[in-house]
Design a protein. Structure first.
Length: 258
């Protein structure tokens, strides 16, 4: 008969029934469980010498909080001892479900009434993501949201959203206007030269079709930058009429804390 190693951990199945996370969740509700116990239910099993709850505690110790873990790149979780692809996928899926549940119901056709509301909307979708995402909100004549589309995703400074794809989807949805938005994983909100050029290109592409770009919003760690509120969008609209855009002086960044 094999002897149990002194340093090995007892499996959860050997615990009293009323102490097991899954059974406690079913009898007392999910609010009765610790963060580590909720993680244990998702990963199901630990690894040799470490049960699922202990693995959950290790994750909390490494990342500090569920929010920090949700905002970390998948590669960071894959580096944790005891987490393989399947367990990481289960955790990532659960966190993405939680993120989507917190978003407004798209079926209600949200009406965007101003730059602050638009900034709050995209901030919930883009803040804390480990890589850069570029989204476009397509609106009808009443500024009601028709569609919210992820146009491009990639590493920092590597995302180059194709203007053709932005326009194609606008025509497909019969949109009257659009709002562009992307995040800066670094947390900074200052628009780069490529952000400015892209915005001007979108303006030039939408004008002949009778569509209008209402804003381009950059999401940082805690604040956002609005091309409209800063006056930069109006400046770019004027520049787009000229084949030789004027050189711009250093901008004074106006933050929009939402």
């Amino acid at each position: 008969m094999k002897k149990q190693n002194k340093g090995s951990s007892k499996g959860i199945v050997s615990w009293p029934v009323d102490e097991r996370p899954r059974e406690r969740l079913l009898s007392r509700g999910p609010h009765s469980l610790t963060d580590a116990e909720l993680i244990a239910i998702l990963v199901r099993v630990g690894f040799q010498g470490t049960n699922a709850v202990e693995l959950g505690r290790n994750l909390m110790k490494q990342f500090g909080s569920l929010r920090a873990m949700a905002e970390a790149p998948l590669s960071a979780m894959l580096d944790v001892k005891g987490l393989k692809g399947a367990k990481v996928a289960q955790l990532a899926a659960a966190m993405e479900i939680a993120r989507r549940v917190s978003l407004p119901d798209g079926k209600k056709r949200l009406q965007i009434k101003g730059t602050a509301q638009a900034g709050e909307y995209v901030k919930e979708r883009l803040r804390g993501l480990p890589d850069e995402h570029f989204r476009v909100l397509y609106l009808n004549r009443q500024n009601r949201l028709i569609d919210d589309v992820l146009i491009a995703q990639g590493v920092v400074d590597g995302v180059k959203p194709p203007v053709r794809s932005i326009i194609t989807h606008a025509l497909r949805t019969n949109a009257s206007s659009l709002i562009a938005a992307h995040n800066h994983p670094s947390g900074a909100i200052e628009p780069s030269e490529s952000d400015i050029i892209l915005t001007r290109d979108i303006i030039s592409a939408t004008r002949p079709l009778g569509m209008k770009i209402l804003d381009h919003i950059i999401v940082g760690e805690e604040t956002t930058y609005s091309f409209t509120d800063s006056g930069l969008l109006d400046e770019l609209e004027l520049e787009s009429f000229s084949p030789y855009p004027a050189k711009r002086k250093q901008m004074k960044i106006k933050e929009s804390a939402l």
